[in-house]
Design a protein around this ligand. Structure first.
Ligand SMILES: Cc1cc2nc3c(=O)[nH]c(=O)nc-3n(C[C@H](O)[C@H](O)[C@H](O)COP(=O)(O)OP(=O)(O)OC[C@H]3O[C@@H](n4cnc5c(N)ncnc54)[C@H](O)[C@@H]3O)c2cc1C
Length: 475
């Protein structure tokens, strides 16, 4: 069937106006933030109900055409890219908050709800949804579940998976599965819900998500350390984590700081520059018992003591401590703005993780490999050190094409992933495998595991219509 006939037939599946085929829509919906593959979808579908999702699956099976589930398209690994004539299924218009249950502390939403809207709905009921990151204002909860998004508070609250109490999905067979239905305890066999968390749209279209909520955290403060040696960061993490309840322990290099400061017109936090910085965010009241004011003073005194001793011991070169909420937000801006500040340089990204205890050796080897592999290119390091998660960004120099640049960076990947192998880490901590990390999956997963993943794919998507080409190739 040619493209025009396919588009015409597709128009019968959804009401008028909800199949888009104009060029601007195809380009916008066929791409995510990675921007390394040219978008070329056949059409964009905007379903508004579970029944319409089923119609699209039936259509795809009948016509043997791929469906690319699409959330906020903030993904960084090409998971939502449609570059081979697929139909993009955008969840944009399936975005209602369906039910907030304050007694069970759960929130049921349609998958297209924007992450920030979910956080606000929880806050409206005096509760808290803790998964937070720089793209929360654009990403959707369905996309967060499909990538098992992590973010800035994993050290305290865990990733998205820990907050999924139930999922409604439409599989590649067109069946609707209502998984776990919000239960806390459910020992009735395989928990299929967890197969769909992190499945990157390859097993089913997530239609609804039931999220667990929690009590809002107490007041927080941040402090920023300037650090001379990368190797000092894990030691600092250990010292702060031992004594305080940490919300986050983030790190970034001076090039990252420079990019944010320039892009946002901010002041530099220290008079001089250091190669590395650690942002420590801690709970002012959760560490100890006692009255609130006393607690705040105590946690603050503990934090100041650790920072002072770290400077005295040469682990840190300098420290600035937020005095109030506004100061804390100011320090966070230096970390949160990094991805956006370097976006115009089209970075090639690696998103690696190891267990926290293996960070010292891992960082040392990785730094050596990166220096040797990219002597001529700008490398920007940052990430969630408290979770053992490093984002390595190589900036594209002017005058080199996206493809040539990607090939150049992929030539270094063998050495990078050899280090990941040695330290039993992951080639994707939180961004997902998508299109661009698929060929490296064997560094994180054994042949037996990949075979099992293919078997699971065959059960839920026997015709291979769901996000073809992403994560794994079919049997
Ligand atoms: C500035 C910036 C900062 C970021 N920081 C972080 C961070 O700290 N931590 C982190 O984890 N990520 C981060 N990301 C990456 C990204 O925001 C997350 O991966 C996010 O979860 C993607 O959600 P999305 O709705 O945009 O999904 P998309 O990009 O649209 O899709 C991602 C994947 O999910 C699939 N998918 C989407 N919706 C559905 C659905 N309803 N059903 C089935 N499959 C679906 C897609 O097919 C694709 O494979 C960041 C991105 C940016 C741009």
């Amino acid at each position: 069937m040619n493209l025009q006939s396919l588009q015409a037939a597709l128009r019968h599946t959804l009401p008028e106006g909800r199949i888009l085929t104009d060029e601007p829509a195809l380009s916008a919906f066929g791409q995510d933030w990675s921007a390394f593959a040219a978008p070329r979808p056949a059409a964009v579908a905007l379903p508004q109900s579970v029944e319409e999702l089923r119609s699209l699956v039936a259509f795809a099976r009948r016509h043997r055409v791929g469906l690319v589930p699409s959330g906020g398209r903030t993904g960084l690994s090409g998971g939502a890219v449609a570059a081979a004539g697929e139909i993009v299924v955008s969840l944009r218009d399936l975005n209602r908050v369906l039910e907030l249950d304050p007694v069970s502390r759960t929130l049921r939403v349609e998958a297209g709800a924007v992450t920030r809207a979910v956080q606000e709905a929880a806050a409206g009921a005096g509760l808290y949804y803790p998964v937070e990151f720089a793209a929360s204002g654009s990403s959707q909860i369905g996309g967060n579940v499909a990538t098992n998004a992590g973010g800035l508070q994993v050290i305290r609250y865990g990733p998205t998976r820990d907050w999924v109490a139930g999922l409604k999905v439409v599989t590649g067979c067109g069946e609707v599965l209502d998984l776990n239905r919000g239960l806390v305890k459910n020992a009735s066999g395989y928990d299929l819900r967890h197969l769909f968390v992190g499945s990157e749209g390859t097993l089913g279209l997530i239609a609804e998500v039931t999220l667990r909520l929690t009590a809002p955290p107490g007041p927080r403060r941040a402090l920023l350390l300037a650090v001379d040696e990368l190797a000092s960061l894990p030691e600092l993490l250990g010292r702060f984590r031992e004594a305080l309840v940490l919300n986050a322990f983030e790190f970034f290099c001076d090039a990252a700081l420079g990019a944010v400061v320039e892009a946002r017109g901010l002041a530099r936090p220290f008079a001089g520059a250091a190669p590395w910085y650690a942002l420590v965010d801690f709970d002012l009241g959760a560490a100890n018992a006692g009255d609130a004011a006393g607690l705040e003073g105590e946690a603050m005194a503990v934090a100041l003591g650790i920072a002072g001793r770290a400077v005295a011991a040469g682990l840190a070169a300098d420290a600035v401590v937020a005095q109030d909420d506004a100061d804390t937000r100011r320090l966070w801006r230096l970390r949160e703005g990094i991805s956006e500040a370097i976006a115009s340089r089209h970075p090639y990204k690696n998103d690696l993780s190891v267990t926290v205890s293996r960070l010292p050796g891992f960082l040392a080897e990785l730094e050596r490999v990166i220096r040797a592999g990219y002597p001529d290119l700008e490398v920007v390091w940052f990430g969630h050190l408290g979770d053992g998660n490093l984002h390595l960004n190589v900036l594209r120099p002017p005058g080199i094409s996206a493809i040539a640049f990607r090939e150049r960076c992929e030539a270094v990947n063998d050495a990078v992933f050899a280090v990941v192998d040695r330290f039993e880490g992951s080639v994707s901590a939180e961004h997902g495998v998508g299109l661009f990390k698929k060929k490296y999956l064997h560094h994180s997963r054994s042949a037996a595991e990949i075979a099992a993943m293919r078997g699971i794919k065959a059960v839920f998507d026997p015709d291979g219509i769901l996000n073809p080409g992403k994560l794994i190739d079919p049997l």
